[in-house]
Write a new protein. Structure first.
Lengths: 217, 235
């Protein structure tokens, strides 16, 4: 899906559908298989492994305490898959396009810049974390809890230092608020079928369709 | 009993990331190697692969006679595990008093390493790394964030390593340790230029001072500051 507006709208609808219940989660999962799973790579699988383990743990705890743990795991799992698809499809500058298109050159520009710097920082954080793990391995330290605290401290330090640098650069370049920007959007063959089926999934998951049929009978 | 020959061999290794490609082939023997290349040419990628921390996309890296290896990242923050400078020295199994005296950080033993300036942290980190004995030592941009005096001190420490393979990935243009072999990454490929000083005329990333000396017919014996001065004063 090339158009970031349709991609984000699809992700929002599908996430809401998946969160609403098992039928919505099933619909969103089928949608993901059809439109979102093509670009999946080993890198993607490694990235989503940790959140999947986390929700599996929560789901197990909920099940053991008599709650709907399996339902929780299924619904959240689909939301993670959809979120991962949005992240994989992201191209630098797209959130700026989306934000300025939606909210204009004032708040839209600021929001877009925050989103873009956030996405840039996320990529850098992943790279930093990978290097920190290598450095810890060189010191003969494993992956246990003992290394988690120093690794976290370094990550926070590096991120804050980088944020300070970005803020200083923006200030030096005269940034106060807002700016002018011309958003551009691309189109792809799967854009219209993708958003149309996402709306269908959202409609059947969120609208009281069963009530309508009961009344009709 | 014969000492096993120490070497690292790169057998047609390849790296690919999107449109970016790099390939390398060659053998690193004991001594000091300098690998130069432009920013983004793949120096850090190659450094982590040679240190055995990442796998190339294709080909193989084999080591012989290497029982200990160390990689120093360009950014010293990545290596920090201690909450104080003293703890950081101990995390490398080094004597804090000795290391701190060497890197002129005496009196800072109780400070957080992350509170040091980038240059101070680099000094501390390199002092810890260079106090160890490794068969393979890979240094990624060891001279970044250091002043000239500190670069000279680090060069003396590197030059004093009597055995093992030392590979320095750098685009430094001013201060170098005594170097045995030159390599450079050009047009997506690692190229072996040869042993110093014979390799100097072919060194594409050579600093202007070395190029000028060679053009004047005064090829230096090596690339340390002393060697360059000697060549410049040669009559």
């Amino acid at each position: 899906m090339q158009d970031v507006r349709l991609r984000v709208a699809s992700a929002a609808i599908l996430s809401a559908a998946a969160f609403s219940g098992i039928p919505g989660a099933a619909g969103a999962f089928i949608w993901w298989i059809a439109f979102g799973s093509r670009g999946i790579s080993g890198k993607t699988l490694r990235r989503i492994a940790a959140p999947f383990i986390l929700i599996a743990l929560f789901g197990a705890v909920v099940s053991l305490t008599g709650g709907p743990g399996l339902s929780y795991f299924s619904r959240m799992g689909v939301i993670i898959l959809v979120g991962s698809w949005v992240y994989d499809e992201y191209r630098p500058g797209e959130f700026m396009d989306l934000s300025v298109w939606a909210f204009g050159d004032g708040y839209g520009f600021d929001l877009g810049m925050i989103a873009e710097t956030g996405m840039q920082s996320l990529g850098l954080l992943i790279a930093d974390f990978s290097r920190i793990r290598m450095a810890l391995a060189l010191k003969g330290l494993g992956k246990g809890f003992r290394t988690l605290v120093p690794a976290g401290a370094v990550l926070i330090h590096v991120s804050l230092a980088r944020a300070g640098d970005v803020a200083a650069i923006l200030a030096v370049r005269g940034y106060c608020k807002g700016g002018t920007y011309e958003p551009e959007f691309r189109a792809g063959w799967s854009d219209i079928p993708g958003i149309a089926t996402a709306i269908c999934v959202g409609f059947f998951a969120l609208a009281p369709v069963s009530e309508f049929f009961i009344l009709y009978r | 009993m014969a000492v096993p020959a120490m070497k690292i061999s790169l057998q047609e290794i390849r790296f690919a990331c999107g449109n970016w490609r790099m390939s390398a082939e060659g053998t690193f023997l004991p001594g000091v190697h300098i690998v130069s290349g432009d920013v983004g040419s793949g120096k850090s990628t190659l450094a982590t692969a040679i240190a055995g921390l990442t796998e190339p996309t294709g080909g193989a890296i084999t080591g012989e006679g290497i029982s200990s290896k160390m990689l120093s990242f360009q950014f010293p923050e990545y290596h920090v595990t201690g909450f104080t400078v003293e703890e950081e020295c101990r995390s490398w199994s080094r004597d804090p008093d000795r290391v701190l005296a060497e890197c002129r950080l005496g009196g800072r033993s109780g400070s957080s390493p992350l509170r040091l300036s980038r240059g101070e942290l680099k000094r501390l980190h390199l002092a810890c790394v260079l106090a160890g004995t490794y068969d393979l030592l890979v240094l990624d941009e060891p001279f970044s964030a250091l002043d000239v005096a500190e670069k000279e001190r680090i060069c003396r420490a590197i030059s004093s390593r009597t055995n093992g393979i030392t590979i320095i990935f750098t685009h430094e243009q001013a201060v170098f340790p005594r170097t045995d072999y030159l390599w450079e990454i050009q047009e997506g490929r690692l190229r072996y230029r040869g042993a110093v000083p014979g390799a100097l005329p072919a060194w594409q990333h050579a600093p202007a001072a070395i190029r000028d000396l060679i053009a004047a017919g005064k090829c230096p014996h090596n690339i340390t500051t002393g060697d360059l001065l000697e060549a410049a004063c040669r009559t």
